[in-house]
Write a protein that binds this ligand. Structure first.
Ligand SMILES: [Zn+2]
Length: 219
């Protein structure tokens, strides 16, 4: 994860998608340093500090701890090509037929990610979440699955700001910045409709892309 938002003079957050590459008038939410838009063809587009990267940002990059929307950013990078193929086969041969899935067919990572869950009796079944990558959950339902996750992450970021505030913690400003970034991302998907598109095998570790706003379906 990278820094994807900067603060404009008006105080509004501006996304990396809204600026051209090169030095900007924007500043870092965490330290107030000036930002340069990195929009090349290799790395994901992001903001870098024009001077030295501040500690909060470099920590978040290193530990992938920038706040991100559940199932929107996280999900995209965490399911590998081979896993997705296995999951699809499992869906076709078991899930779609409503057959119980035996425990030895289940990759433990899928259970950790909540894609499958135990039915007891050493068998498993697909969750609604698990039906998304195999293409078995319609997009309208996808939103229903995602919404509570989005809101619970918001609540958790809000409460960590409140805790820092009431306890007078020095990390208060950082936590506020996290919350602002999260809210800005949330606002963006609330105003644009959202859907996922499967990409061909040429991108083995990234099966899902988010199309630009103007090409998104409305529903
Ligand atoms: Zn900074």
């Amino acid at each position: 994860m990278w820094l994807k938002f900067g603060v404009a003079r008006s105080g509004e957050l501006t996304s990396i998608d809204e600026v051209v590459r090169g030095k900007t008038q924007l500043t870092c939410l965490y330290c107030g340093g000036s930002l340069t838009a990195k929009k090349g063809s290799v790395k994901e587009h992001h903001f870098a500090h024009t001077e030295e990267t501040c500690k909060p940002v470099s920590q978040r990059i290193k530990t992938k701890a920038f706040p991100s929307l559940p199932l929107y950013n996280n999900f995209t990078i965490e399911l590998y090509g081979e896993e997705l193929e296995q999951l699809k086969v499992l869906w076709k041969e078991y899930g779609a037929q409503n057959y119980a899935i035996s425990k030895d067919l289940v990759n433990f990572r899928w259970e950790l990610k909540g894609l499958v869950e135990s039915s007891g009796d050493r068998t498993y079944h697909f969750t609604d979440l698990g039906k998304i990558p195999v293409g078995a959950l319609p997009l309208a339902l996808f939103n229903k699955v995602q919404e509570p996750l989005l809101l619970s992450e918001l609540a958790s970021l809000e409460s960590s700001v409140e805790i820092a505030l009431s306890a007078g913690l020095s990390c208060l400003d950082e936590r506020r910045a996290d919350l602002l970034i999260y809210r800005a991302q949330l606002r963006r998907i609330l105003v644009n409709s959202l859907y996922f598109l499967e990409v061909c095998d040429s991108l083995p570790s990234n099966q899902w892309i988010k199309p630009r706003n103007n090409t998104a379906h409305s529903h």
